[in-house]
Design a protein around this ligand. Structure first.
Ligand SMILES: [Zn+2]
Ligand SMILES: [Zn+2]
Length: 357
């Protein structure tokens, strides 16, 4: 079968590889659509970050070259003898986490904090940029017919956003700030609106992404290059600041603005991954008894996300900006998303089946 393998930075190859075989507890899936994620771009432009190169990953036992792709939907074609939750023909998405099941985090139920955490599509053992992949049945979720295969490829990034609302203790009727209108920022806006936010204010520099933010449901968009962001957020929230903020950019400026823009005893949720240290005065946290909390991946969030996307509460319209064939993934996918056009793209979806295009 055809698959896209990461060999090293700037070296992703389309190759013929053997089809994976089901084991007792795994499911074989024919991939329909797989999204290119920000972390895939980091691996392409500056990797390895999550991809094991020198030592095999402790769970998959594999190292580079690895098949990439972790945001995918597909159809079950075969199941192992112990599998009961899905059957051939089912439409599914995969929660693409390799977890050990034995460490303290796994035992406490917080499997997204597993000390050996890996991702299917980065850690080896297969991935979604291929015709078929196999994965443990417990992480394979059925989707209803009302959720199309292409939209279903967005369940993974949307679950990242939904999880961040839960981690931050978001409550119906709260006002929220979202820093950044990239894929995760837009997903956070959609989840906040679906979950009953009173007001969603987005911090985003001037680009088409400001329009994307409005389309996703933002009530106001402020430009940190032009606007007095903190002052305007206070004004828009009755003088006190927002109840909760979400940092999705990984920029020091946005981190500080988001922290300053929340009210006393408010919460800043950090969803972004950072390339280095930042500095800020912790008195902002101390004097206002503010809370700063990190959020990573998802943990039991897929079923809620699937339900909310299937019935339209999370519309995720206009999210897919381009659809491409697997064989063209480097030029039409990775190069596009790291080149001059990148700001105008949100999600590029990849299919191994030309007939889907
Ligand atoms: Zn991802
Ligand atoms: Zn674990």
């Amino acid at each position: 079968m055809k698959a896209a393998l990461w060999y090293q930075k700037k070296d992703i190859r389309i190759e013929e590889v053997p089809e994976p075989q089901v084991r007792d507890d795994t499911v074989k899936i024919q991939v329909k659509w797989c999204g290119i994620c920000g972390s895939d771009l980091h691996e392409y432009a500056a990797g390895p970050i999550f991809i094991p190169v020198d030592h095999p990953h402790p769970i998959t036992g594999e190292k580079a070259p690895v098949i990439m792709g972790h945001e995918f939907s597909g159809q079950v074609v075969e199941v192992g003898k112990n599998v009961t939750n899905v059957k051939p023909g089912d439409r599914v998405v995969v929660e693409p986490m390799d977890v050990c099941g034995e460490c303290p985090a796994c035992r406490s139920g917080k499997y997204n904090l597993c000390s050996s955490l890996g991702f299917h599509g980065l850690a080896g053992g297969g991935g979604g940029f291929s015709e078929f992949t196999t994965f443990p049945a417990k992480f394979v979720h059925k989707i209803p017919d009302s959720l199309s295969y292409d939209k279903a490829a967005l369940v993974e990034p949307m679950s990242v956003a939904l999880h961040s609302l839960r981690v931050g203790g978001f409550q119906v009727g709260q006002s929220a700030v979202v820093a950044g209108a990239g894929p995760i920022g837009l997903a956070t806006i959609e989840c906040l609106k679906a979950a009953g936010a009173r007001q969603v204010i987005v911090i985003q520099r001037k680009s088409i992404r400001q329009e994307y933010a409005i389309r996703s449901g933002a009530d106001a968009v402020l430009d940190p290059g032009v606007d007095d962001v903190v002052g305007q957020i206070r004004e828009l929230t009755g003088g006190v600041g927002a109840d909760i903020a979400f940092e999705t950019t990984g920029s020091e400026q946005c981190y500080r603005l988001a922290l300053d823009a929340i009210t006393f005893a408010g919460t800043l949720v950090v969803t972004s991954i950072w390339e280095g240290d930042i500095s800020y005065n912790p008195n902002t946290v101390v004097m206002g008894e503010k809370k700063v909390v990190g959020s990573i991946c998802y943990c039991n969030d897929f079923p809620s996300t699937i339900a909310m996307m299937a019935d339209g509460r999370i519309p995720a319209e206009g999210y897919i900006t381009k659809k491409i064939y697997l064989g063209d993934i480097v030029k039409e996918g990775f190069e596009t998303l790291t080149g001059p056009e990148k700001k105008s793209q949100v999600k590029i979806l990849v299919t191994p089946d030309r007939a889907e295009l």
